[in-house]
Ligand binder design. Sequence first.
Ligand SMILES: Cc1cc2nc3c(=O)[nH]c(=O)nc-3n(C[C@H](O)[C@H](O)[C@H](O)COP(=O)(O)O)c2cc1C
Length: 320
Amino acid sequence: MPQLPPLKIGRLTINPPLILAPMAGISHSPFRRLVAGFKSPGLFFSEMLSARHLPYDVKKKSLWLQSSALEHPMAWQIVAPNPEEAALGAAHLTQAEIIDLNLACPAPNIARRRAGGHLLSDLKLTDSIIKAVRQAAPRAMTVKIRLGKKPDLLFLRELAAIIEENGVDAITLHPRLTTEKLKRRARWEYIGHLKTMVKIPVIGNGDVNSREDCLKMTAQTGCDGVMIGRAAVRRPWIFAEIGGTEQEISPEFLLRTYEELFNEIINFFPPRMAIGRIKEFTWHFSTNLKFGHRLAARLQSLKDLEACRDFIRKNFITAC
Ligand SMILES: Cc1cc2nc3c(=O)[nH]c(=O)nc-3n(C[C@H](O)[C@H](O)[C@H](O)COP(=O)(O)O)c2cc1C
């Protein structure tokens, strides 16, 4: 694969310019370490963190704020509905090299709080939240956006100008509408449009599933970095593949990889939190298996970790 030039975010050099996406319920420390064990992306992301809970999370040394030396550098993503909460959260992230502001999430619980992607319907408020984070935390700052309510270049230009004028160091665009589910095709052409609108680096995101997709996205859009989400959950070795190392995929390899994460999750989280994370990962990872959907669906009904472990031991290889 041709060498992609490193990405600069503030004073940080992100090399390779490949980024593991923030994914609530998935991109916790055990998952990030699993990915790093194959090959690290240039930048890791935390899951989305509620800014108003951060003072409490920091005090309690919450699991969401843990990361090892392997998961480095890291961007910590916050979500907030107003400048006050955003500033409070950002000021508490003293460990962060990069703070990312979520202006993309369409989840109903985030929309009800008028945060995430919902903010794109009020650019004045968005502007004040970006300013608040910038002022509260003297460190690199990025934002992650969607397209808003409809594909609209004038809107994108206005949003991009607000972001750039506030001194944000890079923008990630996931080019779907705020209301769209992940099944609809990501509109990569908007990443190309955004690239012509700003001087700061643009990170493209959405539907990158392989080395070829990664090359295609950079060639078609001119983006400076590529963020990968679901494909990295299905194939945590994807950054090694993009770097040119082919992975031989046997049923035994898949089971070993699955069990490695299973064990890391149960060592890291208390049981009531571990089981939900294992179930969520299984939905994605089981797409590598011929009868994976059935395996994942049956796992969902199990009530405790021992039952899950037992079920996987008995059924994983036969589902391949
Ligand atoms: C389970 C799941 C959780 C997600 N959580 C977040 C999140 O916390 N913050 C965020 O900005 N995006 C989140 N996303 C969106 C991803 O970061 C990414 O934008 C989206 O999956 C498209 O990229 P992909 O096609 O590479 O998966 C999530 C996506 C998934 C599938």
